[in-house]
Design a protein around this ligand. Structure first.
Ligand code: SR1
Ligand code: MG
Length: 412
């Protein structure tokens, strides 16, 4: 156990039965719902935390998230600091100021019990679940580009003076959570490790990745960048399971959740997390929904997110606080972010096929489709990582996929 971790016995964990009395004793929360008529369900289906959705007899709601002192997916054998809830509250507070329309309302954090209170998003659903069903939600990709740009600009040297950035960087340090990403995303998939698992038929593809010296050195460069490029406060785990979605009159809306992995890191990492997860959805679409409108829509998500990110950065650019950052700098920086996004996107996709914490996009496919989709993801990701300098931007992501898809389908 590391110095920052807290054992299970050091604070009381909530249960559906104890949530109402917990809320009743907290004046802020007791104002939001009637604890005496509360219905509570524990719905946490992520890898780390307890999540309680609460609704009172008048239909008012609240969502409580409590950090367990260990990794839920694995159990108490993997201790993990519950202070990650403080990182999440930091990110939610910043987002509430700069993109209030893209995050749940934040009601506060109990630092003794590691409980964070936020809006209960009635009628919204995790985006990954909707993608798995082939649902189209137009505009969500652009909203996420807007989220990344606004968070990046407002927490970086573009909007803050250097003292402020250094203080914020220090306060946002999140070493235990970063280490999970460093190991699970950049190291373990490329070596023999107990955390890895994949079907036997995929072994030749995995062996090819592991013996690819060029790929391995590029992944090393990306890991180094993740560990050293403190550009802005990033979400840190912005996959499609960290986004709640709904549509009204054919227009999609989004709320970004779960920023407990936030820290000062490379802006392209958040975009890469999205693009890598769009690739996982695209792999599923290719084997289940080929030729359908849904497939076309998923194929356009990476570019949609990138275009919105770039447009929002360019919109905010005239308000930057230091004229050292010229228009020419912005063009060059955007190119760098696009290259990072492709590289990180590749790494984020590969880890979900080979490493710990798989995703339902791929895992719920029947065996033949699973193998085809996983192969498409691994080969596409490999090219994104190795050729990210030459590909000329995020718009090339889909072209790479189409070539790989054709080859995989032809070999069937
Ligand atoms: C051990 S935690 C596994 C994964 O869950 C989180 O959602 C992050 O993606 C992390 O890598
Ligand atoms: Mg999460």
């Amino acid at each position: 156990m590391t110095a920052m971790s807290t054992m299970a016995s050091e604070y009381e964990l909530l249960t559906p039965e104890t949530v109402a009395s917990y809320i009743a004793t907290n004046p802020t929360l007791a104002e939001l719902v009637d604890a005496s008529t509360l219905e509570v369900a524990e719905v946490g289906d992520g890898n780390l935390n307890l999540v309680f959705l609460c609704q009172d007899a008048d239909g008012r709601g609240i969502c409580l998230k409590q950090a367990l002192p260990y990794v839920r997916l694995v159990g108490e054998s993997w201790p993990l600091t519950p202070q990650r809830v403080l990182a999440e509250s930091r990110s939610l507070s910043v987002a509430a100021a700069v993109v209030p329309h893209l995050v749940p309302a934040y009601y506060g954090t109990d630092e003794d019990r590691y409980v964070l209170a936020m809006e209960n998003l009635f009628g919204w659903e995790i985006w990954r679940s909707k993608l798995n069903r082939g649902e189209i939600h137009r505009g969500v990709g652009a909203l996420l580009g807007e989220y990344v740009a606004n968070l990046a600009f407002s927490t970086s040297l573009f909007a803050l003076d250097q003292m402020e950035v250094k203080q914020q960087t220090a306060q946002a340090i999140n070493p235990e959570l970063c280490r999970i990403t460093e190991e699970l995303v950049f190291t373990e998939p490329y070596i023999e490790h107990d955390n890895n698992s994949f079907v036997d038929e995929l072994a030749p593809e995995v062996a090819a990745l592991r013996s690819d010296a060029c790929l391995r050195s590029e992944v090393g460069l990306l890991k180094h960048r993740f560990m050293t490029a403190a550009e802005a406060l990033i979400h840190g785990d912005l996959h499609t399971g960290s986004v709640m979605v709904r549509s009204t009159d054919g227009r999609g809306d989004a709320r970004v959740i779960d920023p407990e992995f936030c820290y000062y890191g490379p802006v392209g990492f958040d975009l890469g997390a999205l693009i890598g997860n769009y690739l996982l959805a695209r792999g599923r679409a290719a084997v289940l929904y080929r030729g359908a409108e849904y497939c076309e829509w998923v194929a356009g998500l990476a570019e949609e997110t990138w275009n919105a990110f770039e447009a929002n950065m360019r919109r905010l650019w005239p308000t930057r606080v230091d004229q050292t950052w010229t228009d020419g700098f912005l063009d060059a920086w955007l190119q760098q972010v696009a290259r990072d996004a492709l590289g990180f996107g590749g790494c984020k996709a590969i880890r979900r096929i080979i490493g710990l914490a798989k995703v339902s996009d791929i895992e719920t496919l029947p065996p033949d489709e699973h193998l085809r989709a996983a192969t498409m993801v691994l080969r596409t990701a490999n090219t994104w990582i190795k050729e990210r300098q030459q590909l000329g931007g995020v718009s090339a992501a889909n072209e790479v996929f189409l070539e790989v898809e054709a080859a995989v389908m032809q070999n069937d």
